[in-house]
Ligand binder design. Structure first.
Ligand SMILES: Cc1ncc(C[n+]2csc(CCOP(=O)(O)OP(=O)(O)O)c2C)c(N)n1
Ligand SMILES: [Mg+2]
Length: 336
């Protein structure tokens, strides 16, 4: 296929995952300072899904994320300073300090919105895909979703409409096996999640979320077919979150996840696995790794230093942005 995205350099993929990992670890380690007064749903362990998919996308493709949006935002090219400022509640944040961690967006990077209502972003991606189709654009939409979002009516309605109208949308289902504390087997019948796409007549594939190269290959094939007008696709990525559902800590002492399951996935860490492969094949040397880490850590420190000096929103503006402007001229200007 002509439009098959070029395979990324594995060093770049590793660096992109490491960057997300270090940013989220910095958020976790600073969380107790009480400067981030919003919940944080960290995606430590799930980086290959965000990076593998976003490396198959163009900047003008449109992504729609969830409550667990940091990795998607960063992998799509979202601005780090605007993200940290948003977590710190500053006026310079991507949501002007009003949304916090679960409402990240960056239109310049094509990250249209993040929606913490489980399943709420999926129809938005379908709507954007319908708009692209009607305008004759060749950009595609991507809806990231968790395994619990596949239990929502909006998921099935979205797949139904996308399949019927052959819309340019990729559904990316990150199966981390849990909805908060409840495992998949207690919430859904014992059948592969790929069946959900097949039931709607949508091409569906499974990818190993511990291997970014595998995720990229599966995503790239679907992105190419969707861009060529062959309609929607569903990519199910097997993955695991290493930290608690919400917050900076490990909560495996609670016992809702079997220790052998946790260990199994920790041994398949997408960042460590690729690092080992790069070292074994002579594509990553100690100095390169040290420089990559140092550069990323500097970038993170600078983002926190700048954002923590930024102003909070003016209290006089608290009632703004609650409803869309009703004056059509203002509305059109906002959505130009
Ligand atoms: C409609 C709705 N129901 C319940 C919640 C509470 N809630 C927030 S995240 C979450 C779990 C979502 O699980 P999943 O979709 O698998 O994503 P994950 O957290 O595993 O990344 C729930 C139940 C919500 N935000 N929205
Ligand atoms: Mg889940």
């Amino acid at each position: 296929m002509d439009s098959l995205p070029a395979a990324p350099d594995e060093f770049d993929a590793w660096r992109a995952m490491l960057r997300i990992r270090l940013i989220e670890e910095a958020i976790a380690s600073r969380y107790a300072e009480q400067q981030m007064r919003c919940p944080v749903h960290l995606s430590v362990g799930q980086e290959a899904a965000a990076v593998g998919v976003c490396m198959a996308l163009r900047i003008d493709d449109l992504a729609f994320s969830t409550h667990r949006c940091h990795g998607h935002y960063l992998a799509k090219g979202g601005n780090l300073h605007a993200m940290i400022a948003e977590l710190l509640g500053r006026a310079t944040g991507c949501c002007s300090g009003r949304g916090g961690s679960m409402h990240l967006w960056d239109h310049a990077a094509g990250l249209v919105s993040s929606v913490p209502i489980v399943g709420g972003n999926i129809p938005l991606a379908v709507g954007a895909a319908l708009a692209s189709q009607q305008r004759g654009e060749d950009r595609i939409s991507v809806a990231f979703l968790g395994d619990a979002a596949a239990e929502e009516g909006s998921f099935h309605e979205s797949l139904n409409l996308a399949a019927t109208l052959q819309l340019p949308v990729l559904f990316v289902l990150e199966n981390n096996r849990y909805s908060v504390y409840t495992p998949l087997r207690q919430r859904q019948p014992p059948r592969p999640l790929t069946r959900l796409g097949q039931a709607h007549g949508i091409p569906t594939a499974n990818a190993d979320g511990s291997d970014v190269t595998t995720v990229f290959a599966a995503a790239a094939a679907f992105v190419a077919s969707i861009r060529e007008g062959q309609g929607p696709a569903l990519l199910v990525i097997d993955t695991y979150r290493y930290l608690e559902h919400c917050g900076p800590n490990v909560d495996d002492d609670l016992g809702y996840r079997p220790p052998e399951e946790v260990l199994h996935w920790q041994q398949r860490c997408p960042v460590a696995t690729l690092r080992e492969r790069l070292i074994a094949t002579g594509r990553l040397h100690a100095e390169q790794e040290a420089k990559a880490r140092q550069d990323i850590e500097r970038e993170i420190a600078a983002a926190f230093a700048t954002a923590s000096q930024d102003p909070f929103p003016d209290p006089a503006t608290v009632a703004e942005h609650l409803y869309p402007p009703t004056d059509p001229a203002i509305f059109n200007a906002c959505h130009a």
